[in-house]
Every structure is written in C-alpha cells, then in structure tokens.
Design a protein around this ligand. Sequence first.
Ligand code: F6R
Length: 617
Amino acid sequence: MCGIVGYIGGQQAAPLLLEGLTRLEHRGYDSAGLAVLGPSGVRVAKQAGRVRDLGDGLPKRFTGKIGIGHTRWATHGPATDANAHPHTDESGRVAVVHNGIIDNAAALRLELADAGVELVSDTDTEVLAHLVARSTADTLEARTAEALARVEGTYGIAVTHADFPDRIVVARNGSPLIIGVGKNEMHVASDLAALVRYTTTVAHLADGEMATVTADGFSTYLVRTIDGAGHVGLAATDRRASEVEIDPSSYDAGEHDSFMHKEMLEQPARAEAVLRGRLDEKFGTGHLGGLNLDARELRAIKRVKILGCGSAYYVGQMGAALIEELARIPADAEAASEFRYRNPIIEPDTLYVAVSQSGETIDTLLAVQEIQRKGGFVIGLVNVVGSAIAREVDGGIYLHAGPEVAVASTKALTNMFLAFAMLAVQLGRVRDLSISDGRRLIAGLNAIPGQVAEVLGREEELAEVARELAGAENLFFVGRVRGFPVAREGAQKFKEISYRHAEAYQTSELKHGPLALISPEVPTVAIVPDDELVERNVAALHEIAARGGPLTVVTHAGVDLGDLERTARRIDVPRSERELDPILLTIPLQVLAYHAALSLGHDIDKPRNLAKSVTVE
Ligand code: F6R
C-alpha cells in the first residue's frame, strides 16, 4: 500500500526512480511523484494517475543525481495532484515521501496552521515536510528525528533537503524500508521489487530505526529523546547489508499479459516448493520444523484459532475445517480486522495462527500483537520472508510461493491451503489420525501440484465459461461445509477484478432468503464435490434451476446431476482425498475470475480502489 523509491549516485535519478515506481505500482496506483535534488535545488513532479503518465509528462531536463519517488493509494484526501507525494515545505527545500498513517496529523496540521504555515494538501504526510523544515537542529538526521518524535502512527519515509545535498535520510516504523547497496550508488525502496534489478545486497531497517544513505554507503541509528524540549540524540546501530537470494525475473510478468496470469500458472511449481521436505511418507505426517512445538506441546493444544483478512481469511476457514476433521480439535477462523475489537479471550492452550501473504497486513499484525500482549502463542503462515508478521510470531511456516505482485492473490492462497493441510495432518498424527490415513493424505498432497496443472491446462475451456458469466451483473457462488469457503474465495476473486456483484452463500441457506433473487439473469456457480453432501447439494441446485437460474457446477467426474445435465454447465476437477478437495475446486474459480475480467477489458493487476498489502486500518 503505497510505494517508496530513492536513488543517490552517479546517474540521473529520474529514469531510475520511474523504473522503480513502475515495479511498485501494485502497491498503490492512484497517483505518483518524484523529487530530484540537482544543481538548481529540489524539483518536484507529481500528479494523480499512473506512473506512465508521470513519466510522459516529465520535463526534458529533470536533472539531479539524488531523488525520491512515491506511488500512492489514497488514505488522507482524494487522489489529486496536490495530494500526491513527494510533499515539500513552503521553501521547497525539503521533500518527503511517506508510507503509513500519521494518527495525530489533524492536531499537527492545526498547530502548523496556527504558526502561519500554509498547508497545500489534505495529507498527513505534508506535516512531516514542514516539521523537518522548521527544526533548527544541525543535521538532516536530527531534524528528521525531531519531526518524527512529534508524530504518532506508522511510517516508512525518505527525506531529501537542498541544504544537505549529499544524502537521503530514511526511517521506518511499521512500514517497510529497505536500503539497496550498489557500486558507488545506493537505492532505497519500500519493497524488494523496486531494487532487485539493480542490486540484491540489501539491508532491512528495523522498526524505530533511521538511516543516512549517501552515494557510497549507509549508516543506521536509533533515536533517543534527550530532553523535554523534543531534542533528540542518535545512537548508532550495527545494521549490515546482506545478499538476498532472489531471481530478479520473478518480478517480471514475462510473456504473460498480467502478473495474475503468470502467478496462476506458477502454482504447480510453487505448490511443490511449499511441500518440499515437509512430508514424512514413512510416518504419514507433516514435518514442520518452524512451528517450534514438539509432539508433547502439539498434543496439549485444545483449540485452534485462525486469523487472516480477505482471501487469507477464507483459506483460514478451509484450514479450520481441515484441522477439525483431521485432528478433531475445535478450530475456527475469524477476520483479523474484527478480532481485537471484541476484547478477545486468549487461552493458554489455544494455538493461534496468523495467515498472510504479505506479512504486512496491519489488521493481522495487530491481531498477532493483541494475542501476544495477552500471553497467547501464535504462529504465522506467511509468504514474505522477514516481513513484520513473520518477525513477530512465535513460530511458523513460510509459504515459498515466491513474490506475488498481482493484487488478486492466487499462488500464495494455494500454498496457505497446503500449509494448513500439513499442519492438520501433523496435529492429527499426534492424536487419533491413523498412520494409514496420514499416508493417504500425504500421497494426496504429493499429487496436488500435478492436479493443479491439469486444471490450469484447461484454461481455454474455462475462459469460454468466464466470458459468459462476465455478461451478468449479479452472480451467486454457493457451496456447503468444505465447499463454502471455496465459494467465498471464488466470489471474492470474481468481484475484485471483474467488478461484478458476486455473492457467496451456503447452498443450504438459499431457500431462507436469497432464492428470491434467482432469475435467468442471475447465474450461480455451485461447488459440488463428490462428498457426503453431494445428493443434498444436487437437490438444492434443482431449486435454482426451477427458478430459471443458469448453473455452472464445479464438481467431480461421475457426480450425477440428473436432469440438470441438460442445462447446467459442468467443470470437473480431478479427484483428491476428500479433505483436500477445496484447493482443486478453487483453481478453476481463479481462472473464471481472470478471464471474466480480461473479457471486460479491466486492468487485471490493478483493480480499482485496491492495492496489494493493506498496511492501514
Ligand atoms: C484477494 C486478496 C486480499 C488479501 C488480503 C490479505 O485476492 O488478495 O483479500 O488476501 O488483503 O492479504 P495478506 O495475505 O497479504 O495478509
């Protein structure tokens, strides 16, 4: 959510910053801007709209070898030129880019206005530029630190100042900030995606840390308040850069028209990666070392509570069902965004599980902190290594999905499911799950990557269904028990990128109200696995068909839809073990959403109003 880039070195900054912003556009894409520090001082170009518009409109001679840039997802104030970052002070000598939210911005704005400062934007960030400018400390570091000492909230920031033309000062508190080390040049970014083309030697700032970045290096420090007048001292820290193992091409869409398409098709390989080394075929169990729990501790768990947001929450529901079924431990999932607002009871023998692709989602992070504050034990199912949630949890399972750039999550969700399945088997095997059942499930898991590939191989057939569904303004996605979270995730993916109203419902609940909406104009996508509920499911589909509702049934070969076979469209997915069915039922729904959005001409990777990683409440 919002992206920061910075450059200092021997090259012209603007083209490098624009390139970095393009790589970060998935983090926010309603406005973008640059500030470069050159011979004539600070120059700023910023506007509402996409990074390419900013690049197209950039003056020819926008020179300077130091610069900062930003791509925005609006929080304070609408997407306008004035609200785009960088923000400057009245003299135009200070420029600031900021990710995060300053909670006391309103009070600081009033204070600045009382002091005669003319604020020109609606943003919280602008106050930072004025506060830095008004500090009388000797160094840019101390001025920035003094400004930050006034601020409550979260930030990743980068600051340049015409009076200190050899440096960028950066700081982090709750919003990532990474320094990339080049040869006689340095980069700054909020996300590795912006750096990896230039360098894979990076340092991640810790919360509360600041850094000075010059063309030939960086130094880091923590801020200490030294007196009541807000003066600060800086205590050096020993942060070093290290190599990250990352293939820069993982941040390129390659021959694909979108990252979503690329990431969907990567699923078989990424599913193999999350399973690798974690399946114990001999004892029919999972082998999840990162949990930091031995068999005795696993046995002592009385309940499992899963927390995540959006699609991660829906996969959490799939995970809870797996755990209840295989380990016979009561388990449920809850939206992390709601959790801490009901003063939750934290129990000592409950295993809390935070699930997040980015590891940055603020609602999930705050839920983790609430649990830990009350003495609970929480593990993470996280994709981004070293992210905030990954660092805070007591143990966990990395998802190994590789970088996920598309806003609509696909491969990370699949790997979340597989991680839950391994956790459920491991919890089950220290209880009553038999070794033969364990082996059956391990074999089932081993087969999943190939089966996912099989579904993805039918893209053309699914695209045809998608184009038809895209014609409807309103759709239902229905399922029961194991199939219901699948329906929720299918509806979520569909609405998020096609902008069609897709509503998920329990098939069993339709007749208690929503059946009134069924008509020939409202298609239903029904999840009907060949399980113990198949007959009841098929019976409910007849109720939809009787009202003229068009049906697409995601099911297994051999399921008899009776006389619906004549009118309903069916999508058969490969059979797995019943408990593992949800993931294979989910894959065609991703493809349907993708092709529906494509046929409607939408920007697949940058759906309106959304951004990757929601780091604000
Ligand atoms: C939907 C989607 C979102 C995320 C949610 C949580 O496709 O991507 O609903 O699942 O914002 O994000 P993470 O997993 O990063 O915590």
